[in-house]
Write a protein that binds this ligand. Sequence first.
Ligand code: GLV
Length: 317
Amino acid sequence: MKKILITRRLLRENEDKASKKFKVELNLNDELYTQSKLIELSNGCDGILASLTDKMDAQTINKLPNTIKIISNFAVGFGNIDLEAAKKKGIAVTNTPDVLTDATAEIGVLLILGACRRASEGIENARSANWKWSADYLIGKQLTGTRLGILGMGRIGQKIAEITKSLGMIIHYHNRSKLSEDKEKGAIYHDSIKSLFSVSDVLSICCPATKETQNLINKKSLEYFPKGAVITNVARGDIVDDDALIDALDRRKIYAIGLDVYKGEPNLNPGYLKFKQAFILPHLGSATKDTRLAMANLAIDNIVEFFDTGSCKNKIN
Ligand code: GLV
């Protein structure tokens, strides 16, 4: 029986399933393992079921024992893993696409609504009983007729487009390539971020974190937006240069933000906290029971498929 290191606690049903398929090394205290601990615990294992909190950079991967043949990431995003270093060492990397699309798109839409409709201020005022209804109290931005720019029109971007279109938003997008018309469903394609940002009253960041997308939201690109735009991010914090975004909020170039992901999680740039117009969540994208069960099942199935067949349809390197 193959032995798998499972780096974080999973839901009980998933740990039970994994224990039936493999010998498992579980993390019963749900500790955040350091890189040296990950390497140490990998000894004697054939694979790792990793989480987005495990930083699998080249240095860590190069020190893994040669018995490790697969890193199955319990996430669709894979910015925590150096895919090239894994490939060079003969380690397959897999992810969990599809199963978290709906849950993550729901949070993407919540970020748009929360930022546009001043939900943070509203919650704070309601909790402290510090409010009085009036005709101009907490006036926000209505979504009807507002242009939504989607950066990265993959599965999650397409689902956000579908939902927000039903709210009356006008959908624009940028992607590495233009989608076929049946997938576009009337969304307007832009072949550059400059062109997309210049028509985005609201932006939803849905693209993967890669070397190319790192700090794509920066001092220069923020200037492409219409004044008073709203920026939301349901993808990864690495795509945003925090200082540039904080400065744009300060200058009111950007009206509000909705963030679920951050550079250096679980910390976030404290500069964001001073803004009432920051609607911020602690990386809740896929956090529903059905979705987490499905993600972990898929992460386990990816390992089973890999050891049974030598490959896996969700292999990403
Ligand atoms: C969640 O952020 C994921 O990438 O699965």
